[in-house]
Design a protein around this ligand. Structure first.
Ligand SMILES: Cc1cc2nc3c(=O)[nH]c(=O)nc-3n(C[C@H](O)[C@H](O)[C@H](O)COP(=O)(O)O)c2cc1C
Length: 188
């Protein structure tokens, strides 16, 4: 199989769940965001919006709000995580990029997923740790969700589909979860 830097970043990327508190450099953040906006999108709509959150109080609030609401959901594993006082949905990452998309755009979830994955790979390629965190979306559910979106400066008609927790890794190399290889068939 061919080997190059891109393929290495794809294989080496792991969900980082322990970050140093030190903030990442502005140019590192820009490189990650640039990768996000260079993602493919259906019909080239680019109907996404990226909210960079580096404010500690806001990150703490989002963590609390998501966990508070997760406790009320009838989903056991979310309830269990949310009930754990020491669990932080962003794992202490100093930067979180909230990925929102225009609700009415076709297959917007896919567009936002493409942008999210591009950012995770960009992060890995420059030595940053990252984790795709959808848990945060729970914070925006309920009647006050719209108000929260407005307060965060998310454009009208957009809502969050994903987030990327970003920072310097505070872990040794992480073993990848085993990959299921029995997922391919060939028609030739
Ligand atoms: C759509 C999506 C949502 C995810 N949400 C979360 C999340 O809220 N919290 C979390 O810790 N990991 C989350 N992950 C990361 C997965 O748990 C992780 O990718 C998976 O366990 C495989 O591990 P790896 O990323 O190291 O390959 C999410 C991944 C995807 C694709």
């Amino acid at each position: 199989m061919p080997v190059n830097e891109t393929l290495n970043s794809i294989k080496n990327r792991r969900s980082t769940r322990n970050f140093k508190s030190e903030q990442i450099k502005a140019e590192e953040l820009q490189a990650v965001l640039e990768a996000g906006i260079y993602a493919p999108s259906a019909g080239n709509q680019q109907a996404w919006h990226f909210t960079v959150i580096q404010n500690k109080e806001l990150l703490t609030w989002l963590n609390r709000e998501a966990k508070k609401k997760a406790k009320q959901l009838k989903i056991e594993h979310l309830q269990t995580m949310a009930s754990n006082e020491s669990f932080n949905i962003f794992y202490g990452a100093p930067t979180v990029i909230l990925v929102s998309g225009e609700e009415n755009a076709v297959v917007i979830e896919s567009d936002c997923a493409a942008a999210t994955q591009n950012m995770l790979l960009a992060a890995e390629s420059i030595g940053l740790g990252s984790c795709w965190v959808d848990f945060v979306i729970i914070a925006f559910t309920g009647s006050e969700g719209e108000e929260y979106l407005e307060n965060l400066g998310i454009p009208d008609g957009y809502k969050p589909y994903a987030s990327v927790a970003l920072g310097y890794k505070n872990t040794e190399a992480i073993e990848p979860p085993p990959r299921n290889r029995n997922v391919i068939n060939y028609i030739r």
